[in-house]
Design a protein around this ligand. Structure first.
Ligand SMILES: NC(=O)c1ccc[n+]([C@@H]2O[C@H](COP(=O)([O-])OP(=O)(O)OC[C@H]3O[C@@H](n4cnc5c(N)ncnc54)[C@H](O)[C@@H]3O)[C@@H](O)[C@H]2O)c1
Length: 268
């Protein structure tokens, strides 16, 4: 891939301290983008930024809780003051905590997941799009990328609030595409399947704890064997091609779309 494919892109990446967000931040920087790595995990963002800078890329850290309107506004202002403008958003921060429905369902669990995954994404997209509109039209397309999931189109009994939150991402993509198209902003997204990240390591432990699987490691292998056409789970590297495609001008004539990157798990 061309080393300047994302030259001129000034990006905010939420949840960039680890997992897929960190992998994408490093990849986009290597393709010429300037990236703001934003997360609640201060140590993580500083480490990712250091790695990017050491490799010759342009990056800045920002401590951001996506559920805060004030912090989302401040993150956008930070990107503008560091890079001159913002023209790309990866709305990636996300959490999960499985519970068996309905017996173990609690409002606290529902609120925790919906607050970060649905409200947080809506909140950050709102602040970023306001800034893009204020900046006015450019000779390139502004890009917003929201991270969904296989659970934007499916649901399982132990992750119903998470499925609800990721279905909300689909609504955000479709509604955002319609609301922002007149400002030369496209809104798309992708839906990973089973990706080996810290989120899944924790989920794997939680699934054993609630009795869905007997031992650690079993959940990912079982899903790969029984539900993924390609018979393997994925790694953050597996989403890089689609993420950079959606960030680049190659996807300029696309909006309102959610692309699955799941090895063939959800075919609708
Ligand atoms: N891992 C998977 O199998 C999988 C599958 C489908 C979708 N996803 C989605 O992909 C995205 C990235 O997941 P991942 O697996 O890399 O997870 P991860 O846990 O490795 O990384 C998520 C990051 O989000 C950050 N975060 C959590 N709450 C936040 C908040 N309130 N404000 C700011 N940052 C916050 C965390 O600190 C963490 O750095 C998430 O939206 C997740 O729901 C993951």
């Amino acid at each position: 891939m061309s080393a300047d494919r994302l030259a001129g892109r000034k990006a905010l990446i939420t949840g960039g301290a680890q997992g897929m967000g960190a992998a994408i931040a490093k990849d986009w920087a290597s393709l010429g983008a300037a990236v703001c790595v934003a997360d609640i995990n201060e140590e993580g963002i500083n480490q990712v930024v250091e790695e990017i800078r050491a490799a010759g890329g342009q990056a800045t850290p920002f401590l951001l809780d996506v559920t805060s309107e004030e912090q989302a506004k401040a993150a956008v202002a930070h990107v503008v003051s560091e890079f001159g403008e913002i023209n790309l958003l990866l709305n990636n921060a996300g959490v999960n905590k499985p519970t068996i429905y309905p017996k173990d369902t609690t409002k606290a669990n529902y609120d925790f997941i919906m607050d970060v995954n649905a409200w947080g994404a809506f909140n950050v997209m709102t602040q970023v799009s306001k800034q893009m509109i204020e900046q006015g039209p450019r000779d390139y397309v502004y890009k917003i990328i929201n991270v969904g999931s296989i659970l934007s189109r499916e649901a399982f009994l132990d992750v119903i609030p998470y499925s609800m939150s990721k279905h909300a991402i689909l609504g955000l993509i479709k509604g955002g595409a319609k609301a922002l198209v007149g400002h030369n902003i496209t809104v798309n997204g992708y839906g990973p399947g089973v990706v080996r990240t810290e989120l899944w390591e924790q989920l794997d432990k939680d699934l054993v704890e609630i009795g869905m699987f007997e031992k650690q490691g079993e959940s990912m292998d079982s899903l790969a064997e029984n539900m993924i056409l390609m018979k393997r789970y994925s790694y953050p590297e597996d989403v890089l091609g689609t993420a950079s495609f959606l960030a680049s001008s190659d996807s300029d004539y696309m909006t309102g779309q959610l692309i699955m990157i799941d090895g063939g798990m959800v075919l609708h």
